[in-house]
Design a protein around this ligand. Structure first.
Ligand SMILES: C[S@@+](CC[C@H](N)C(=O)[O-])C[C@H]1O[C@@H](n2cnc3c(N)ncnc32)[C@H](O)[C@@H]1O
Length: 225
């Protein structure tokens, strides 16, 4: 048996994010045992989804020519599927390979491509606009920092984050996984330290308040350059 001193010295390395996200889907940790892959209530509840689809559709159709779009952390694609018709090319990305394989089977459209990669580690495809919806909220600050650096390459970024109601201290660190910063009364603010995302314009497109104490889901448009 290990001595007590040795036990306390053992530092648990967090699991790789890919393994964690695979487990979230395998064990249905975001709910709904009836579907193969379920990305959570934020991807399905119509009070949350409908206004989001409306504001993003309006943005995508405001371009003179249909834009190219990357959907980073596309999940079960219940939301992303609504935007494919407005894009010249729509690239949907997720870290969970089985989910990407499933989506490839489910959603077959000529201008739609699914790619499995880790936003924090891999090179990202390019596009006019990046959609990042309820993804970064699940990642550690080190991973968010890496992703934010890559988002500077997109002219437009539409970011959706689940935040606490009212004032809060932003960007408290978490271990990547199923949970989010709400449990620490925190949420992401990319323009603040330690991320310091540099943008030309910031515009809140949507804010959906959840039931008491459950926070607010905020969608922000960033014009990056
Ligand atoms: C809560 S779901 C949101 C799905 C979708 N964006 C939506 O709003 O319906 C978060 C998704 O991000 C994916 N994800 C998490 N970390 C990722 C990473 N590092 N790279 C790519 N995808 C990631 C997860 O696998 C999951 O499908």
């Amino acid at each position: 048996m290990k001595s007590k001193e040795n036990q306390t010295k053992t530092i648990k390395k967090p699991w790789p994010t890919k393994d964690v996200m695979e487990q979230v889907y395998d064990l249905n940790l975001w709910g709904d045992n009836s579907s193969d892959y379920y990305s959570g209530f934020g991807s399905h509840q119509s009070e949350i989804v409908k206004p989001y689809v409306a504001v993003v559709s309006s943005f995508l159709t405001s371009f003179k020519k249909p834009p190219t779009v990357c959907d980073f952390g596309c999940g079960d694609f219940n939301i992303g599927k609504e935007f494919v018709k407005y894009a010249k090319k729509y690239i949907a990305v997720d870290i969970v390979s089985d989910l990407i394989a499933h989506n490839k089977e489910q959603f077959r459209v000529e201008n739609l491509e699914f790619i499995c990669l880790d936003l924090a580690i891999d090179d990202l495809p390019s596009a006019d606009c990046a959609l990042v919806r309820q993804v970064l909220q699940h990642l550690s600050n080190a991973e968010v920092k890496s992703v934010v650096h890559k988002l500077s390459a997109f002219k437009y970024v539409i970011l959706t984050e689940h935040l606490p109601n009212g004032d809060f201290i932003p960007n408290k660190d978490i271990i990547s996984g199923q949970g989010i910063r709400l449990k620490k009364q925190s949420g992401l603010h990319l323009l603040a330290a330690p991320f310091n995302f540099k943008v030309k314009e910031e515009k809140e497109l949507l804010s959906v308040k959840l039931d008491a104490g459950k926070g607010v889901i905020v969608t922000t448009l960033y014009k990056v350059f």
